[in-house]
Design a protein around this ligand. Structure first.
Ligand code: C5P
Length: 398
């Protein structure tokens, strides 16, 4: 599976003849499983109709900062948060100059300024414009700020000149951006992730569970894989598909989850417990479906084992990261759990947000460890997972 699978890519098209190549770029990105949203500048629309990009990307094309209707559907700040990566292809000399200057006078430049996502730029321009020292200075400024420059290639140009300035082909762009998601910060490290809810049986057809979708845990497992780790995923019931390079074991109950985790734990360097494990389970599990009888019914619950605490309490324990889903006093509760469970780090997130927490594609988080803390603002779960794994990797190696 490609590292671009499930990644959110904003593709910015600026006004160059190479814009026609970006039609194939959208197709190649979609082939890799990426979600693509196209943003076009006014000049780009002189070369290609937005409808072509809409048809290929499967999403409405974003054209203007001042379009109230488009902003209501997905505003520029939301789009900036949605992006795991912004690719500008083709990038004209003018657009590079405007980006280098930090301008925000149209949708694309505003988006670049508002987004924390990495930026990849595929220049496309006449060879003299490319080699001009001003363009080279702008290129350097963008590189110094962390942008990745893709190409340009050399060869015959649309204007008849021959030289450097041709936009890379779609396949070459895909080849160069895929490794951006493969940062290798955990190269050779073995990571075990728990994800999803657990189900605690009442009888053969009923159970107690919670609203966890598994999205955050699967995103963490994917981000760890992309960082070079070998990843074991122990998953409660959920409808998600894991990357085929992740070794996954499906479980139902907390007890099963604990059993599988403990089977693997000796071979693990980092344990990240993202699962929303049910704290209690019915004391008795009926062998047959319980029949409707009295007006009232009591189910006696007993405490489940705390998987994370049991791992953190081992003599030879891995680096332990917990997740704390809270509805109030986020930091205070998380700090108590960090200490009580003797964790190396805890990721606290609110699960009462209108757009974030359980089931949402977005999340924010406060990460706390003995010597400090870090707040991650609301962003896509896959972006947040990449940032969290990077932070975990930094602390694991300290
Ligand atoms: O105590 P609380 O359930 O809020 O702690 C959350 C953290 O502990 C999560 O990382 C979760 O995966 C883990 N946990 C566990 N086993 C339990 C309960 C929670 O591993 N029975």
């Amino acid at each position: 599976m490609s590292f671009l699978h499930n990644k959110n890519i904003v593709l910015g098209i600026t006004g160059g003849i190479a814009a026609y190549k970006s039609l194939s770029l959208v197709r190649r990105l979609k082939d890799q499983g990426a979600n693509v949203r196209v943003v076009m500048t006014d000049a780009a629309q002189e070369f290609i109709r937005p409808l072509s990009f809409q048809a290929l990307s499967g999403n409405a094309v974003h054209l203007s900062l001042l379009d109230a209707e488009a902003e209501a559907a997905m505003g520029h700040i939301e789009l900036a948060r949605w992006a795991d990566l912004i690719v500008i292809a083709p990038a004209t000399a003018n657009s590079m100059a405007r980006l280098a200057n930090g301008q925000a006078d149209d949708l694309l430049t505003t988006l670049c300024l508002a987004s924390k996502a990495p930026l990849a730029i595929a220049p496309a321009m006449n060879q003299a414009m490319w080699s001009n020292s001003v363009t080279q200075q702008n290129r350097q400024t963008l590189v110094d700020r962390g942008a990745v420059i893709l190409g340009p290639a050399s060869g015959e140009q649309a204007c008849g000149d021959v030289g450097e300035g041709r936009m890379l082909e779609a396949d070459e762009i895909v080849e160069q951006i895929e490794p951006l998601f493969n940062l290798q910060a955990l190269s050779g490290v073995r990571v075990l992730v728990t994800a999803g809810p657990t189900r605690e049986a009442i009888d053969p057809v009923r159970y107690i569970s919670n609203h966890s979708s598994g999205k955050m845990g699967y995103a963490i497992a994917q981000a760890a894989l992309e960082a070079g780790a070998s990843v074991e995923l122990v998953s409660g019931p959920c409808a998600l598909v894991a990357n085929d390079r992740i070794s996954r074991t499906d479980v139902e109950s907390a007890k099963e989850m604990q059993q599988v985790v403990l089977q693997h734990i000796e071979q693990v360097d980092i344990f990240i417990a993202v699962a929303a494990v049910a704290d209690y389970r019915p004391k008795q599990v009926s062998g047959q479906k319980i029949k409707k009888q009295a007006d009232k019914m009591n189910i006696e619950l007993i405490k489940n084992p705390d998987i994370l605490a049991s791992v953190a309490g081992l003599q030879h324990r891995p680096f332990c990261v917990g997740f704390a889903a809270e509805t109030e006093k986020l930091e205070q509760h998380a700090r108590l759990k960090l200490e009580a469970k003797q964790l190396d780090m805890i990721v606290a997130n609110r699960v009462d947000q209108s757009d974030g927490g359980f089931n949402s594609d977005y999340n924010s988080a406060t990460v706390i460890w003995a010597g400090g803390q870090h707040v991650f603002e609301k962003t896509s779960k896959s972006r947040l997972a990449t940032d969290l794994v990077r932070l975990i990797a930094e602390h694991y190696t300290i």
